[in-house]
Design a protein around this ligand. Sequence first.
Ligand SMILES: NC(=O)c1ccc[n+]([C@@H]2O[C@H](COP(=O)([O-])OP(=O)(O)OC[C@H]3O[C@@H](n4cnc5c(N)ncnc54)[C@H](O)[C@@H]3O)[C@@H](O)[C@H]2O)c1
Length: 388
Amino acid sequence: MINGEKKVDRPIRWAMVGGGRGSQIGYIHRSAALRDHHFQLVAGAFDINPERGKDFGMNLHVTPERCYLDFQQMFEEEAKREDGIEAVSIATPNGTHYEICKAALNADLHVVSEKPLCFTFEEAKELENLAKKKNRVVGITYGYSGHQMIEQARQMIANGELGDIRIINMQFAHGFHSDPVEMNNPSTKWRVDPKFAGPSYVLGDLGTHPLFLSEIMIPELKINKLLCTRQSFVKSRAPLEDNAYTIMEYDNGAVGTVWSSCVNAGSMHGQKIRVIGSKASVEWWDEQPNQLRLEIQGKPVQILERGMGYLYPEALQDDRIGAGHPEGLFEAWSNLYSRFAVAMEAADQGKELNDMWYPGIEAGVEGVRWVENCVRSADKGAVWVDYQ
Ligand SMILES: NC(=O)c1ccc[n+]([C@@H]2O[C@H](COP(=O)([O-])OP(=O)(O)OC[C@H]3O[C@@H](n4cnc5c(N)ncnc54)[C@H](O)[C@@H]3O)[C@@H](O)[C@H]2O)c1
């Protein structure tokens, strides 16, 4: 159980690029990083508009001289300080991640990057190699993977409770962009512009989330081939898609699907993963994250509840309040940020991590690779492609 006691020797001096006033995802980064006191927010280049960013940083109690105009200035100035930053989170639009991550690694900083890590597999491998060379951690905020019931599913699968894994059905299909809301919403506008969003919209923005859940639940599965079809129901979004289906064949004969959509009218979030084995299935839905549905063939359905003593210890170790009280996405993100801190300290001290997992640079590379393969398949006319 997590009760706020320290997991690292001292808080890591931390900064943010992006995540400024009015941004969608900035606050959950700060809330997650600061909740367990594993990080200390000491600097930032929070906004594309430097003045607004500075004002915002000061409102977060960052000292004025450490609210920077841009990330380049921040990395340069912080490197000169005895108490300079040791880690940075990148919460800017997609098109900037590669450049900022590369600059941060070159400044010997640990990084927490928003997904997608970058636009191409080639760039992703370059960042991976740089992170290895520099011995720096790059955490990727696949935040849903921090939910306790994801760990429970992972343990159940590893212990053979489902039998042989045959089918993985995934979806992240909300309805919030059923209309061209981007006309009046800056946070959505860049998402449908390839210059800022990259080669895909919903595949990268949404589909990669349940995909990572599958990677964590069933780490041994490797994709052999996939087929993807993508559509732009709001025509002005073309060439980027607002809906896509991907079918995958894995190397052990299992199959999987991912439905990525922002035009699933009426759906709040619609992120689900159902893993089907030869004996039983589990299903998790992010709108009810405290529950995991277990269906054993021939038996009544069971709903496993977060925080209960019958869960695996590996799942319970992320519990914060005990069963009954709901936990949510903020706690899940905090669980990940705690792991990022432990990984960063281990890297600094040259220690092994034992078997603690976190969404690291490999997860970032894999997300970029999957999107690239999906787009290749879709743009060839929805054909099967070997996974490259
Ligand atoms: N992990 C998740 O669950 C999740 C959820 C939402 C968004 N995201 C990702 O987070 C990132 C940001 O998304 P958002 O919805 O918060 O975007 P947003 O448009 O709402 O906010 C972006 C913020 O970055 C700032 N910014 C832009 N360029 C900058 C630069 N060069 N330097 C400093 N600041 C800069 C903007 O001023 C703004 O404050 C995206 O990559 C998105 O894919 C992830």
